[in-house]
Structure formats: structure tokens, C-alpha cells
Write a protein that binds this ligand. Structure first.
Ligand SMILES: Nc1ncnc2c1ncn2[C@@H]1O[C@H](COP(=O)(O)OP(=O)(O)OP(=O)(O)O)[C@@H](O)[C@H]1O
Ligand SMILES: [Mg+2]
Length: 341
């Protein structure tokens, strides 16, 4: 008899959707028992026409089966929309140390240091990932020759999405630059930029990592505070050029991590562009930005000096070409970072 009931219900047309209620998937669990015809009438959103559809069903069924009672349960079952992004720390479960690379000032070589440190750590045998947290000027895609690549996404069981990092040079890379052009990113203000950045860390399928490096954007603004607050950092590396004028900015960066609510250990300072040695005069060192500025800075701030990286043409060239730089300083820096973290 259920089949007959279904045949009758197929005559009921949803007035707004121009299809019968069976085809619309609105009829569920039809049962005929103890003199009763029962079923559920389901809609995927609150529907003002449900009342009249129900009445139509009742009228038609009573006409054909006058001896039966008709009992219809009305149900609104809203379709599960994608769960709003809950950025938990599940993806960091198998990540060992998370290290931020920061500087007070822009253009001091943070991204260069981050990229080469990541590659050096990978060469030393560690599993490494790097996230480019610079929304407005992401440079990791270019520096790693992965520009234009589009990371794949993977659905999670609860309807969310994970981003798969790009792998090259033995490192897993992630950057907002894979998703948005700088023009698009420029219109992101405060919270949106912060969220995008957190996604670059928390929504990425990192898998097992010994080190996750985070190339922070220059400065010490809201984005930084929010970032260092929400991500369980194990340490920070500060990058600076040797000029005395950079000290005030470096101090700001250092204080951000030393803030009592944040309290992230500073592993030390990298003095970048420490001197220039021309290829034709390998014994000569020209202290373009001042001599031993980094050494003084580190001692004034009470932090260790991890490395002095000279100005080499190869560094800039490799950065532009998206190829790893091979100077010994990067391997030494990696060793110092491992020792202290
Ligand atoms: N030691 C170095 N020798 C030669 N060139 C360098 C060196 N360090 C960095 N550079 C070059 O300086 C430029 C700026 O470096 P980089 O992008 O790494 O700085 P940044 O601090 O990340 O800048 P931003 O604040 O914009 O993020 C790049 O062209 C890079 O190749
Ligand atoms: Mg940078």
C-alpha cells in the first residue's frame, strides 16, 4: 500500500517550485500501520507553503483511503552549510618547533633569511615548512620560484577545507601570494588580513614537521600581535641590518615577543648585510652599514648574535631567480637555530 500512497503523493506539486514533492525529496519514511498513513514532509529551509502542501496531501490521501487516519510530521531540515572556519590548532599537532622570523623594519632581508634558513634546515635533514605571513607583500613564491602555483585543497570530514602546501627544495611552502594578488590583498583591513594570515598557518596540512618557520611582515602592528598571540611560537629570530638607526625598530620587535602576555623566547639576532666583499677582492670587507653594528645591537638587547650574513650579489640574484643560495653562512645559521630551539 505504501506504493499507492507514494503514487498519490507524486500528484502533489510544490506551487513555487513547479515539481512534485517526491521529486523534490520532501517525502520521507512513508509507513502504513495500525490504520494510519504516516510520513515526514521535509523542507530544506523554512517554507511558508508547507501548510498548504500538507493540507493537499491529507485531502488526497483521505479521498483514496477514507478508512485511514493521516499523520504527517512537518520538518525543516536545513542543509548543512559548510561549517564556519574554526581555526583550531589540529594541523600543528605534528609540528615540532614554530619559529617566527621578524624585524622591526622592512627590507632588511627577512624573507631572504627565512627562505635560506628553511632550505638549510631541510638540507641538514629536518622536515621543514615555511609560511609567508606577509599579506601585503608576499615574496616567498618569487624567492622559491613557485610563483603562479596554486595549492590544492582537501576536504575534511567535517566539511572544512585544508590547503596543501607547495613542496620544493625539500621544504613545504605556503604564502598568501598563491591565492591573492597584492592588489587584492591591499583591500584587506585588520581582521580580514589577520584571518588570512592565521589560515596560512592553521588551515594548512603540514603533516609532520620538525620546524615551521613564519616569515612575519615588517613592523610590530596589530597583525603581529594577533599572530604571535594565537600561534604557539617556540621562538623568534630577529633580522636587522647593522645601522645604529635600526636599533629602535629592532627593540620594538624584541619587546613584542618579550611582552608578558606573549613571552616568546628570542633565539637571537641575524645581522644581515653585515659587510660587502666584491668577488674580485675576496679579502676585502666593506662595512657599508657600519662595522659590528649587529654585535653591539645584540649585546645592548641582551640577545645572542646568530649569524652575520654579508652582502653578496649571489644572494640577491638567487632571490630574484627563485633558486636557493649556497653560501656556508646559511648552514651555520641553521646550526645555531637548532642549538637554541
Ligand atoms: N645579504 C644580502 N645580500 C644581497 N642582497 C640581499 C641580502 N639580503 C637581502 N638581499 C636583497 O634585498 C632585498 C630585500 O630582501 P627581503 O625581501 O628578504 O627583505 P624583507 O625584510 O623580507 O623585506 P620586506 O620588509 O619587504 O618583507 C631582496 O632583493 C634581497 O634579494
Ligand atoms: Mg619579506
Amino acid at each position: 500500500m505504501e506504493q499507492e500512497v507514494l503514487a498519490i503523493l507524486s500528484q502533489v506539486i510544490h506551487p513555487a517550485k513547479d515539481a512534485d514533492i517526491l521529486n523534490l525529496g520532501m517525502v520521507e519514511d512513508v509507513r502504513v500501520e495500525e490504520g494510519k498513513i504516516k510520513f515526514r514532509l521535509v523542507s530544506s529551509s523554512p517554507d511558508p507553503l508547507m501548510g498548504s502542501i500538507k493540507k493537499q496531501c491529507e485531502a488526497l490521501l483521505k479521498e483514496t483511503f477514507p478508512d485511514y487516519k493521516v499523520s504527517i510530521i512537518e520538518l525543516v531540515r536545513e542543509k548543512k552549510t559548510k561549517r564556519p572556519l574554526e581555526l583550531g590548532q589540529e594541523q600543528l599537532a605534528n609540528v615540532g618547533k614554530i619559529i617566527a622570523i621578524a624585524s622591526g623594519k622592512g627590507g632588511v632581508g627577512k624573507s631572504t633569511v627565512s627562505t635560506n634558513l628553511a632550505i638549510a634546515l631541510a638540507k641538514a635533514g629536518y622536515k621543514v615548512g615555511l609560511t609567508d605571513a606577509d599579506v601585503y607583500g608576499p615574496s616567498i613564491p618569487k624567492m622559491t620560484g613557485t610563483e603562479g602555483m596554486i595549492p590544492e585543497a582537501e576536504q575534511t570530514e567535517n566539511g572544512g577545507e585544508l590547503i596543501l602546501p607547495i613542496e620544493k627544495f625539500g621544504v613545504k611552502w605556503m604564502s598568501i601570494g598563491y591565492f591573492a594578488t597584492p592588489e587584492q590583498a591591499l583591500i584587506w583591513r585588520g581582521p580580514m588580513a589577520c584571518n588570512a594570515l592565521k589560515q596560512m598557518v592553521l588551515q594548512v596540512k603540514w603533516g609532520e614537521l620538525d620546524y615551521l618557520l613564519i616569515d612575519l611582515p615588517p613592523g610590530t602592528g596589530d597583525i603581529h600581535i594577533s599572530m604571535v598571540h594565537d600561534i604557539p611560537l617556540s621562538g623568534a629570530v630577529i633580522v636587522s641590518t647593522p645601522q645604529a638607526v635600526a636599533l629602535a625598530d629592532v627593540l620594538k620587535g624584541v619587546n613584542m615577543f618579550r611582552n608578558k602576555d606573549i613571552n616568546v623566547p628570542i633565539l637571537g639576532l641575524v645581522e644581515n648585510m653585515a659587510w660587502f666583499t666584491p668577488a674580485e677582492l675576496p679579502e676585502n670587507k666593506y662595512y657599508i652599514f657600519g662595522k659590528e653594528g649587529g654585535v653591539k645591537m645584540a649585546s645592548q638587547l641582551g640577545i645572542d648574535l646568530l649569524a652575520q650574513i654579508p652582502i653578496y650579489m649571489s644572494i640577491r640574484e638567487n632571490g630574484d631567480l627563485g633558486t636557493p643560495d649556497t653560501i656556508a653562512e646559511w648552514a651555520n645559521l641553521a646550526e645555531e637555530v637548532v642549538k637554541r630551539s
